[in-house]
Design a protein around this ligand. Structure first.
Ligand code: HEC
Length: 116
């Protein structure tokens, strides 16, 4: 039954692909555009230390933490205190989306940061 074997193989291939697509479900370009519009990149870069930690180091810090996504959503939507390198504290920027508080866009941005 050669055909059955092929069908099984294709099925497996589709399942594997489906999973890897799901793991990468965020849209990096949209995330970067939102970060740019919000001036996040004034204080953060992927790899270069600015006033805020690099997104790479944020991803590192939260790697494997089950509540990472919610934690970061909270961070960029609540205006909690952020500590700057010179020691002063101010409220962290709250991300703005259009339409306002669009959770899909905010989640997408956080997933992108966590992937870096
Ligand atoms: C005026 C400078 C500034 C801007 C603008 C800014 N941040 Fe930050 N951000 C900081 C600083 C400083 C910290 C470190 C906070 C701390 O450790 O207390 C930080 C921390 C973070 C963290 C890590 C939080 C954690 O718990 O480790 C993330 C993620 C983050 N910012 C995302 C963003 C996003 C997304 C934007 C744009 C919507 C943004 N930031 C805009 C200064 C800024």
């Amino acid at each position: 039954m050669k055909n059955t074997k092929h069908i099984l193989q294709i099925g497996l291939l589709v399942a594997t692909f489906g999973m890897s697509i799901q793991a990468q479900a965020f849209d990096a370009e949209a995330a970067k555009a939102l970060a740019r519009q919000n001036n996040c990149l004034k204080c953060h870069a992927v790899d270069k230390e600015k006033d805020g930690p690099t997104y790479h180091s944020v991803a590192e810090k939260f790697k494997g933490k089950p509540n990472a996504e919610n934690r970061l959503i909270e961070h960029i939507t609540s205006g909690e205190k952020a500590k700057f390198p010179d020691g002063h504290e101010e409220e962290h920027k709250i991300v703005k989306t259009s339409p306002p508080k669009d959770m899909d866009q905010i989640k997408n941005l956080v997933q992108w940061i966590l992937s870096l």
